[in-house]
Ligand binder design. Structure first.
Ligand code: GTP
Ligand code: MG
Length: 203
């Protein structure tokens, strides 16, 4: 359950992120996929993270402290075509820096729009996470935009695409920030993971 959710800080450098050793969960995915909206939905705060209909809204690493105990992290999107070629290698450097250097990161959620078939850049990002040994789950967003049958069909197609390169499919969640679908499941997963971390610490 979420009792408190507070914005702590925005950063362009991993080194300046919060120094306390609390576990954190990061949201990553293409611009406009709904990362910031999902943080608001999960925390039940309308305007905690800034959202926009235009891609490229989130530009920094944003830390939100939950229950004074763990962080949700909102990141800028990748694959935003209007960012100049020079600043946009494949994935912006400070995003890869964040994933490679942030010791407190427990799990990343890679968000994909449930309406679209698997996009190359998302599959490449998941491959990068796999190669870097960073644990991730998939969150399908905007489920309110499809009927149940279409959701089922798209998940099946996405799973089949993943199985071309992955031995097993990553854990996934179906969500909608508009209708709060999937909120409990994502929160439950974070809760369970936090408990596992605490148990490990006590051993
Ligand atoms: P960047 O910060 O630019 O990388 O984007 P983002 O991934 O944070 O996306 P954001 O949360 O700003 O949402 C982008 C647009 O999608 C906004 O217009 C949202 O209202 C809309 N949106 C996000 N989630 C949902 C959803 O679950 N359902 C519907 N219908 N619209 C959504
Ligand atoms: Mg955003």
């Amino acid at each position: 359950m979420i009792k408190t959710a507070e914005f702590i800080m925005s950063n362009s450098e991993v080194a300046k992120c919060p120094k306390d050793n609390l576990p954190e969960y990061a949201f990553i995915g293409r611009s406009n996929v709904g990362k910031s909206s999902l943080i608001n939905m999960i925390t039940n705060h309308k305007n905690l993270a800034k959202t926009s209909g235009r891609p490229g809204k989130t530009q920094l690493i944003n830390h939100f402290l939950i229950n004074k105990n763990w962080y949700l992290v909102d990141l800028p999107g990748y694959g935003y075509a209007r960012v100049s070629k020079s600043s946009k290698k494949k994935f912006q450097k400070f995003i890869t820096d964040y994933f490679e250097k942030r010791q407190q990161l427990v799990l990343a959620f890679v968000l994909v729009d449930i309406r679209h078939e698997a996009q190359k850049i998302d599959l490449e990002f998941m491959a990068y996470m796999g190669e870097s040994g960073i644990p991730f789950s998939i969150i399908f967003t905007k489920a309110d935009k499809l009927k149940p049958k279409a959701i089922e069909r798209n998940i099946e197609a996405y799973t089949q695409e993943l199985l071309k390169t992955w031995e097993e499919t990553p854990h996934y969640f179906i969500t909608s920030s508009a209708s709060a679908i999937g909120r409990d499941e994502v929160l439950q997963h974070i809760d369970t993971t936090n408990h596992e971390i605490n148990n490990l610490k006590q051993e």
